[in-house]
Design a protein around this ligand. Structure first.
Ligand code: GDP
Length: 193
């Protein structure tokens, strides 16, 4: 197992986070969503594993519904086929909008992408950290994070779930909660040597 995957809706700040995690500066942000269909691999030089940035899913302006579906199918297939190599997953969400988006997309016969992905990773027994990004835009921090826990089926308060819920502000390089949570998962798998 030598791979950490990043998944999330487009525009949540995945590329920004990737740049912070890897320390590389060559990635461009704000690129047209949905274009990068193939996973990209990067080395986190300090450790013996790599990050894989999977394409963004969910709504993207200018991208057809069937293309969005195809992207999601690709992501699911990639994760299923590589589950044995995946150390951990980072599900990136936008702290400002995630609860509203989840609530808006929850109906009797469908569950929102983020929640679906969270359960899917759990089923595959891939340790998952939800990186709650853009916390600089969130005022009622604890309340918002508790609501998110609730929507993900985790019993609040969120502070009980520090290995799962990691509030960050990737744009400012404030990602220590995520790094701590990831380190805990790697430690549990004996990978912090
Ligand atoms: P991606 O589509 O998920 O790869 O998202 P990007 O990394 O391209 O970021 C999308 C937008 O969110 C850009 O305008 C970023 O500057 C912005 N962004 C990323 N991280 C943060 C953050 O922590 N706080 C705020 N306020 N904006 C952010």
């Amino acid at each position: 197992r030598d791979e950490i995957i990043l998944v999330g809706r487009s525009n949540v700040g995945k590329s920004t986070l990737m740049r912070e995690l890897t320390g590389h500066s060559k990635f461009t942000t704000g690129k047209k969503p949905g274009v990068t269909r193939k996973p990209n691999h990067f080395d986190w030089t300090a450790e013996k594993f790599m990050f894989t940035d999977l394409p963004g899913f969910g709504f993207m302006s200018g991208v057809e519904a069937d293309t969005r579906e195809a992207i999601k199918t690709d992501i699911v297939r990639y994760i299923e086929e590589n589950a044995d190599d995946i150390l951990a997953a980072v599900l990136v969400v936008d702290g400002k909008s995630v609860v509203d988006i989840i609530d808006r997309h929850t109906t009797d016969d469908s569950i929102p992408h983020d929640v679906e992905m969270f359960y899917f990773l759990d089923e595959l027994e891939i340790p998952t950290v939800v990186a709650v990004n853009k916390m600089d835009k969130v005022g009622d921090r604890d309340e918002r994070l508790n609501e998110l826990c609730d929507r993900l089926g985790l019993f609040p308060p969120w502070k009980q779930w520090r290995n799962v819920i990691a509030p960050i502000t990737a744009k400012r390089g404030d990602i220590s909660n995520l790094e701590d949570a990831l380190r805990t998962h790697l430690h549990e798998q004996g990978r912090d040597d």
